[in-house]
Design a protein around this ligand. Structure first.
Ligand SMILES: *[C@@H]1O[C@H](CO)[C@@H](O)[C@H](O)[C@H]1NC(C)=O
Length: 415
């Protein structure tokens, strides 16, 4: 009789550890903590998928709710990173919801820096107002004496490409207008655009558009991209292959985010994962366009290792016709021509070794440099996707604090 609870406990413990345990590269520090974070995120995704199979709800609102609940628990354990003196207002820029942070110092007579930030979350999740985004943004505003605006652009499933991009662009143009710069006492020569992950994608795309728009008298002076998403034609870059099963952001999840963003049928995921959408024959991809994401030429040898490019001969001709977003530089800024890149602002690009998006960032750094733009490539040998946000108890990582510190230091010296 006494044996039964024991057996149940052992079986349960085994089931939980099986669910939680994810093999991680040896370079990852605090691996058990990362496994817990990953298991929490995975269980939120699984719960949401089950609810959507049962026809109860679309899965995204469920995941959003789980994240919100989790953040409430976390906030009870910390002070939320509130910095006294930073004034926060929730308003709109050109109809797009933004949160503006104004630093305590300055204003009177002397101008301050400006920074616009787009949050990550696969163009489907997250908000600039929540969790560590709010914490990091307060730090940036306080330490850099910067007026920071975080943008809550609309997302999937409510809207798809190009709407999130257009929201960000509209907010950015408003921020750079002379009225708004004057109102907040921002120095027009010192305005940054920044974002992480899908937000880094939006920041890179918006920076390209503003840089080449002759009607804009004030442009961004720097761009700070934290493990940005930059292309969807090659899911076999060495980093996509090496990290395809990695915690937090696996290749299947990134492919899913892309298909959702570009309004593509989710059933295309196998074709797209196989690079069948970017096949050599029957394709709208010229050799010159292909060279813009040719990692065999753009990556340093240490990242190429023994990886072989996957370029399919035939593939599926129909996909690029059906999903033009794959070739649109507003969705995939890495595909922009060199003439556009040459006009882009000085860049900071953060990448992590254990991130499927590592090579997107490294290739963009190389292409910007080739176009004559000054680039700081800040690569972390023990970095993984999402680490930039993991700075608050109980999900605080040393790598998280280190990346945020270096990001702020770079802005301190370059903005
Ligand atoms: C990719 O395209 C080839 C034809 O070139 C086809 O034989 C193969 O089944 C496709 N792969 C997937 C995963 O659909």
């Amino acid at each position: 009789m006494r044996l039964k609870p024991l057996v149940v406990t052992v079986v349960l413990a085994a089931a939980v550890s099986y669910y939680v345990y994810t093999p991680l590269p040896a370079a990852i520090q605090e691996p058990w903590k990362l496994m817990m974070v990953d298991a929490a995120f995975r269980s939120a995704m699984h719960l949401a998928m089950v609810k959507s199979w049962l026809g109860l709800d679309h899965y995204i609102p469920t995941v959003r709710q789980s994240i919100e609940d989790f953040e409430k628990i976390m906030q009870t354990g910390s002070n939320g990173g509130v910095i006294p003196g930073v004034k926060v207002s929730d308003i709109t820029f050109a109809g797009v919801p933004v949160r503006v942070y104004e630093p305590p110092a300055g204003g009177e007579g002397h101008l301050r820096r400006g920074l616009m930030f787009f949050h990550g979350g696969g163009w489907a999740l997250g908000s600039g107002k929540t969790g560590t985004y709010d914490t990091i943004t307060r730090m940036v505003s306080d330490e850099l004496n910067a007026v920071v605006a975080t943008v809550d652009y609309r997302m999937y499933p409510e809207v798809q490409f190009p709407e999130p991009y257009l929201d960000c662009l509209a907010a950015a143009k408003h921020f750079l207008s002379s009225e708004v710069l004057a109102k907040y006492a921002i120095d027009p020569e010192r305005v940054a655009v920044s974002g992480d992950s899908a937000g880094g994608n939006l920041a890179a795309a918006v920076a390209q558009e503003i840089s080449t728009d002759d009607s804009m008298s004030v442009k961004f002076s720097v761009q700070a991209l934290v493990y940005p998403v930059l292309q969807a034609l090659d899911f076999h870059t060495p980093s996509y292959v090496q990290n395809q099963h990695m915690a937090i952001l696996s290749r299947p999840l990134m492919v899913l985010f892309w298909l959702q963003y570009l309004s593509a049928d989710p059933s295309l995921r196998w074709q797209v994962t196989a690079n069948n959408h970017s096949a050599l024959r029957h394709s709208a991809i010229t050799p010159e366009l292909r060279s813009r994401l040719d990692w065999t030429a753009l990556l340093p040898q240490e990242f190429k290792q023994n990886h072989k490019p996957v370029v399919v001969e035939d593939g599926s001709h129909a996909i690029l016709k059906k999903v033009p977003g794959f070739l649109d530089t507003r969705a995939a800024p890495l595909l922009a021509e060199a003439e556009v890149l040459a006009k882009c602002p000085r860049a900071y690009i953060l990448t992590g070794e254990y991130d499927v998006l590592r090579d997107d960032g490294l290739m963009y750094a190389r292409r910007l440099r080739d176009a004559g733009v000054s680039v700081t490539s800040d690569h972390y040998e023990d970095g993984f996707h999402g680490c930039f946000n993991l700075i608050a108890w109980p999900m605080d990582f040393e790598i998280g604090r280190r990346t945020v510190r270096n990001y702020i230091n770079w802005l301190q010296n370059n903005l």
